[in-house]
Design a protein around this ligand. Structure first.
Ligand SMILES: Nc1ccn([C@@H]2O[C@H](COP(=O)(O)O)[C@@H](O)[C@H]2O)c(=O)n1
Ligand SMILES: C[C@@]1(CO)OP(=O)(O)OP(=O)(O)OC[C@H]1O
Length: 161
């Protein structure tokens, strides 16, 4: 049994916060605004997994009106979604994600990001692909107002012994 899910998220740039993407702090002059640490990539992957399981979205489980999730580490958030996925007896088949940002350049960080995401997802690095693109200076991403990300995940049913 396999299930597919799609995730999408956007966060605006802001001064005075670190840029945290894929669980890593990426050197940049601005970070992202959010109720949590605003890790747009991990939120996207969490939403894709919840989508595949028809469980809704991250706002349902981690409302941005709840102080408990203020400045939350999104590695914990995604870890909790992975726990729900395993509870439903599913595991990651593969993930393919894209980060859309005018800057910074993510390519030097992609391998470390894949390791970080794979470890949270409890899967092999070869099951995680992360891409980056600009939007050729078009739109809010092109004006460097924020970062957006999309992902698709395939989940596979765990073998029963
Ligand atoms: N924030 C980004 C954006 C892009 N890259 C890498 O550059 C390649 C070319 O991007 P274009 O948007 O000009 O097509 C892209 O394929 C990525 O490898 C990046 O690292 N960080
Ligand atoms: C993660 C949560 C909760 O702290 O906050 P944000 O960092 O604002 O992220 P978003 O992707 O807008 O939605 C999910 C929120 O509930």
């Amino acid at each position: 049994m396999i299930r597919i899910g799609h995730g999408f998220d956007v966060h605006a740039f802001t001064e005075g916060r670190p840029l945290i993407i894929g669980g890593l702090t990426i050197p940049h002059e601005k970070g992202l605004a959010g109720h949590s640490d605003a890790d747009v990539l991990l939120h996207t992957i969490a939403d894709a997994i919840l989508g595949a399981l028809a469980l809704g979205d991250i706002g349902k489980f981690f409302p941005d009106t709840d102080d408990a999730f203020k400045d939350m580490d999104s590695k914990v958030l995604l870890g909790e979604v992975v726990r729900k996925m395993n509870e439903e007896r599913y595991e990651i088949g593969n993930v393919d994600a894209v980060i859309m940002a005018e800057a910074p350049k993510f390519r030097p960080h992609i391998d470390a990001m894949r390791e970080s995401v794979a470890s949270i997802l409890k899967t092999q690095v070869s099951n995680v692909n992360i891409k980056a693109t600009t939007t050729e200076k078009l739109g809010f991403v092109g004006r460097a107002e924020g970062i957006t990300s999309e992902a698709v995940v395939l989940l596979t049913k765990m073998e029963e012994y």
